[in-house]
Design a protein around this ligand. Structure first.
Ligand code: XIL
Length: 485
């Protein structure tokens, strides 16, 4: 047993000896150890979801909505998981089968199931070169770009307030060279990814916005570096990205890398959350169990690793069923991989989790459904709000495509703090603002003014805040005025 475990561990990871040894022991005593741990430890969670929650994380699964009538499937889903991803039902071909005709029947069913059972939802995926409807194949250039913007706007608006994190763009990088993958979306212009993110932010400011990909787990791979550089660039330029998803479909051709934790940490250090979004690990027995445990430990070791989602429940539910890559066997029984996963979750991490909301947008608050009570005016004087202070400047960064644009505006306070601000600019004739985020806009043509909203009213001296808007026609350029107060 020990020899088998040692060999299994060695072939799947290049980690340090002490760590491998611990994992091997856990995996070796899998079934018994789990029973004892659960029975004797008051603080240890007994399901994946509760254990992850104790670490400030979620544990999710992909769900195929047509399996919600399978009692075994639903039983495991409701017992173990507190996050769901639609395996196929929120993809472009499912949600917009004909142009501008949206179908949410299956995806709404999943969201309703999640909400009824206290689970959250990852949205997957707004823009992807695969599983597009047929009609997009006949489009290119501006027509396809506008179709993408419309798709993202409509779908993200439909689910607004219900999505924890969106995979805004999926699999946009080439496997070999670290550059972009050729696709119809890529051919609309290299800025398609940032336009997708800005559009998603405008539609649902409360959702975390993720870039999601596979073969980005190994820090030394060119593709990992390509995605890393894009995220770094987005953060530097204020493109609204909050998280990076690592699909982590592991098998012999794309094995779990010993530097996985390094990869997660390096991305997190860019100022984004990291999430393991489609985990499956082909194999069986203790080798597979050890790798699952290692993946969990890596996530828990990175403060900004929010959670883990496995890509299906039972092996028989997997898109790669022959590789038996999941945590439950075809009969719904817990595998050794389940036990090592649960044990790793219960063992906890080395750093506390952080919860970081999107950085540039306000939280979505549900408006009160009842009228506010009419209360007598306060008898004491209201707090005196400080007078408007300081000057400000505003700079624009724009993504223009034929027929439309998205502009991001950075407001910078001068030597004194701001308590309110407004930015005015003149649109070229024929252009119009269609929506704005993180600011209240007045006017759609000609002279347009954007005023702070509540959460970004105050800006410390020298500090910045950002808002954005989307429009048709040509983006504004040139003079922008920023006024304090
Ligand atoms: C897969 C689904 O699991 C299958 O049911 C479907 O036939 C094809 O897509 N990367 C992704 C997922 O982002 O959407 C894919 O899901 C798996 C690879």
């Amino acid at each position: 047993m020990d020899k088998v475990l040692a060999r299994g561990s060695g072939s799947t990871t290049a980690r340090s000896r002490p760590r491998t040894a611990v994992v091997s022991i856990l995996a070796g005593g899998a079934a018994v150890a789990a029973t004892i741990a659960v029975a004797t430890s008051a603080s240890a969670g007994t399901t994946l979801g509760t254990s992850a929650a104790e670490q400030g994380r979620y544990f999710g699964t992909a769900v195929a909505v047509n399996k919600l009538s399978d009692a075994t499937y639903v039983g495991i889903l409701n017992r173990e998981f507190n996050m769901v991803t639609a395996e196929n039902e929120m993809k472009w071909d499912a949600t917009e089968p004909s142009q501008n005709q949206f179908n949410y029947s299956s995806s709404d069913r999943l969201v309703a199931h999640a909400q009824a059972n206290g689970m959250r939802v990852r949205g997957h995926a707004l823009a992807w070169h695969q599983q597009q409807p047929g009609w997009t194949q006949g489009l290119s250039g501006t027509a396809l770009r506008n179709a993408m913007v419309n798709h993202i706007t409509q779908v993200a608006t439909h689910f607004k307030g219900k999505i924890h994190s969106w995979d805004v763009v999926n699999e946009a990088f080439d496997d070999g060279n670290g550059g972009r993958r050729d696709s119809n979306l890529q051919r609309t212009g290299n800025d398609w990814i940032e336009v997708a993110f800005r559009t998603a932010r405008a539609a649902d400011p409360g959702a975390k916005l993720c870039y999601n990909d596979y073969n980005t787990d190994n820090w030394t791979w060119a593709k990992t570096q390509g995605v890393y550089n894009m995220v770094k660039d987005f953060k530097a330029r204020g493109v609204p990205i909050d998280c990076v998803g690592f699909q982590s479909h592991f098998n012999s051709g794309s094995p779990y890398p010993g530097n996985y934790r390094t990869t997660l940490q390096n991305f997190a250090d860019l100022g984004v959350d990291v999430q393991i979004t489609e985990l499956d690990i082909e194999g069986s027995g203790s080798t597979q169990a050890t790798t699952y445990g290692n993946v969990v430990k890596d996530c828990l070791a990175v403060a900004r690793c929010n959670g883990i989602t496995v890509w299906g429940i039972r092996d028989s539910d997997s898109w790669r069923a022959s590789g038996t890559p999941l945590l439950f066997d075809g009969n719904g029984n817990k595998k050794a991989a389940y036990t090592s996963t649960l044990n790793a979750l219960n063992a906890g991490g080395t750093t506390p989790p952080t919860t970081t909301p999107p950085t540039t947008t306000p939280p979505t608050t549900t408006p009160p459904t009842t009228a506010p009570p009419t209360t007598a005016p306060p008898t004491t004087a209201p707090p005196t709000t400080p007078p408007p202070a300081g000057a400000c400047t505003a700079t624009l960064s724009t993504n223009q495509w034929q027929g439309g644009f998205v502009t991001n505006v950075r407001v910078t306070a001068g030597g004194s703090p701001l308590n309110g601000w407004s930015v005015s600019l003149t649109l070229p004739s024929g252009s119009a603002v269609t929506n704005a985020w993180s600011a209240q806009s007045s006017g759609t043509n000609g002279l347009v003014t954007f005023r702070n909203v509540d959460y970004n009213r105050q800006v410390p001296a020298g500090g910045t805040t950002e808002f954005g808007f989307q429009g048709t026609g040509t983006a504004p350029s040139g003079t922008v005025s920023c006024t304090a107060g």
